[in-house]
Ligand binder design. Structure first.
Ligand code: A2P
Length: 393
């Protein structure tokens, strides 16, 4: 009889198809087809390099199996299979040593704030992976507007019209954009992922459209393609993706949103959704938003018109006279943050530069300490309850 073994898998429901794990894996054990991203059990050596780079935690799945799931079967999945019953004793005896080593590696890989997430209990059920590489949706550009005053910092608001195609998207989900052309190996380019910045009923309510916030990156193949798109151009898109970084539908839920740059896209979607549906009457939203300067902060103009009693705004700048990061302002507003952390109705959302995670974690650690709490246990409990969400890149 085969000894049971541990197999590394990816949850196709949560995976946002950013392919970062595939690009990170040092031994090419991760691959994809039009549908899914999968791990080759014959190659994976549990090095864990792919764990911390995954923005969603969908990479952090393990099953004890007698026969590993083949690549072919993983490609066909819409959801992960449950752990099969292989007899507990066998599993215990065969895996103890591996488990200890893996637990140590996993703990190391999870040092950042990311990790396995759960959707908010009251979130609507998202649709996932409706359009993929082999069968993308064709959207038409309805508008392409500049969001920043600074000439050297081009951030754009792109509105895509889906016409008659169904494209059900929830706030917090992402969409893949396939740049035209081929890579150096003659293969079509992989889609690049962008958070949707419009609410579920569209940028313009009830016109089947979604908007994206895209920053032009120097030499960025896809960002330059998108930022240069003209009205009526056709764009191939995939998705929607993402099943956990979602808005609670419970109007009493309180949102603590922490973001930098284009990480504000989902926060805009959350705010618009609440503006449209709750007429401002909600548990409240508090945002810490970091940019280099006022002129590089996307939507600075429209944001200043959103009333503070709907969205409490802490806009901070890292390259103006007073240099501040989001975590500095959180610390300065320690009592405000502590009060939110104390409330079981609070949901935390962190989106933007990966680098900010460490600083934000430190700020939370100190604030929790001042409340006589331990941040790591508070955070892990919140994550399990679907109240703690991180998407960094
Ligand atoms: P800076 O680059 O001045 O160090 P953008 O994406 O538009 O550049 O905005 C990102 C913002 O996040 C900038 O203000 C940037 O500051 C800031 N930032 C960079 N690193 C960190 C970090 N480790 N923690 C928090 N904010 C950061």
């Amino acid at each position: 009889m085969n000894a049971p073994l541990k197999q590394h898998l990816i949850d196709p429901e949560i995976c946002i198809r950013c392919y970062t794990c595939e690009m990170t894996c040092p031994i090419n054990a991760i691959e994809h087809d039009d549908n899914n991203v999968v791990v080759n059990a014959d190659l994976c050596n549990f090095c864990m390099d792919c764990i911390p780079v995954c923005p969603t935690g969908s990479i952090d799945e393990w099953r004890v199996v007698k026969t590993p799931y083949s690549l072919e079967s993983q490609y066909g999945w819409e959801e992960l299979p449950e752990q099969e019953d292989i007899g507990q004793n066998e599993a215990e005896t065969g895996l103890e040593a591996l488990d200890d080593a893996m637990a140590a590696l996993l703990a190391e890989a999870h040092k950042g704030a990311g990790g396995k997430a759960t959707a908010p209990a009251s979130a609507a059920k998202p649709t996932i992976n409706m359009y993929n590489l082999g069968k993308p949706a064709i959207a038409k550009v309805q508008g392409n507007y500049r969001l920043t005053k600074d000439e050297s910092h081009d951030v754009r608001h792109i509105i895509l019209d889906l016409g008659a195609l169904p494209f059900p998207v929830l706030e917090g989900q992402s969409v893949g954009v396939i740049p035209p052309g081929e890579d150096t190996d003659g293969k079509p380019h992989l889609p690049r992922l962008y958070s949707v910045s419009s609410p579920r009923d569209g940028e313009r309510p009830n016109f089947n459209n979604v908007s994206l916030m895209v920053k032009r990156e120097e030499n960025g193949l896809c960002s330059n393609y998108i930022c240069d798109l003209e009205k009526d151009a056709e764009v191939k898109i995939t998705g929607p993706f993402g099943a956990t970084f979602l808005l609670p539908d419970d109007p009493d839920a309180r949102l603590l949103m922490i973001c930098t740059g284009t990480g504000s896209a989902p926060m805009r979607a959350f705010t618009m959704r609440r503006q449209r549906t709750l007429d401002g009457k909600s548990g409240g939203m508090v945002m810490f938003f970091g940019a280099r300067t006022q002129d590089t902060l996307p939507y600075f103009g429209p944001l200043s018109k959103v009333p503070q009693d709907l969205l409490e705004q802490h806009l901070v700048y890292s390259r103006e006279a007073e240099k501040e990061y989001v975590q500095d302002r959180m610390t300065a507003e320690q009592d405000r943050v502590a009060e939110l952390l104390n409330d079981p109705k609070t949901h935390i959302y962190i989106c933007g530069l990966r680098g900010m995670e460490e600083g934000v974690e430190k700020a939370f650690t100190n604030i929790a300490e001042s409340m006589g709490e331990q941040w790591v246990s508070l955070r892990d409990a919140m994550r399990e309850e679907g109240r703690y969400h991180v998407e960094t890149y």
